[in-house]
Design a protein around this ligand. Structure first.
Ligand code: AMP
Ligand code: ZN
Length: 113
């Protein structure tokens, strides 16, 4: 049994506030937002993190980035957004299913890089 909470969100076993869904991508609001608008964009298929992207599964990455502009608009982001993907322990990744944080709705003062 797959114990991944984001796989369970894709399957509807765990509820979420959905923003967007197609055959391979799912997007939903983060339960603990770090910005006025905070959406998580994930592949429906389980990939543990960016560290598990390879030649066999990388097409989902271009698909995700193709639909991020649409997802940002659907979420009401109008003035730019930040995309973050934490990968592995040193980056403090907490959910081991690849996800891209889309943060918007305010001018972000802090810049990590
Ligand atoms: P990360 O720390 O980069 O792995 O991000 C995981 C994110 O998932 C955090 O921002 C959490 O708030 C979010 N999260 C965890 N569980 C849920 C859930 N059930 N619904 C929505 N977001 C969640
Ligand atoms: Zn998963």
């Amino acid at each position: 049994m797959n114990d991944c909470i984001f796989c369970k969100i894709v399957d509807g076993v765990i509820p979420s506030k959905k923003v967007y869904e197609d055959e391979s991508v799912f997007a939903f609001y983060d339960i603990a937002p770090h910005a006025p608008i905070h959406v998580l964009v994930i592949p429906k298929s389980h990939i543990g993190s960016a560290d598990e992207i390879n030649i066999d599964n990388s097409s989902i990455i271009s698909r995700i980035f193709e639909v991020i502009p649409k997802i940002a608009k659907l979420a009401g982001i109008t003035n730019g957004y930040r995309i973050i993907s934490n990968c592995g322990p040193d980056a403090c990744q907490t959910v081991k299913h690849l996800h891209f944080h889309i943060l918007g709705g305010k001018t972000m003062k802090e810049k990590l890089i």
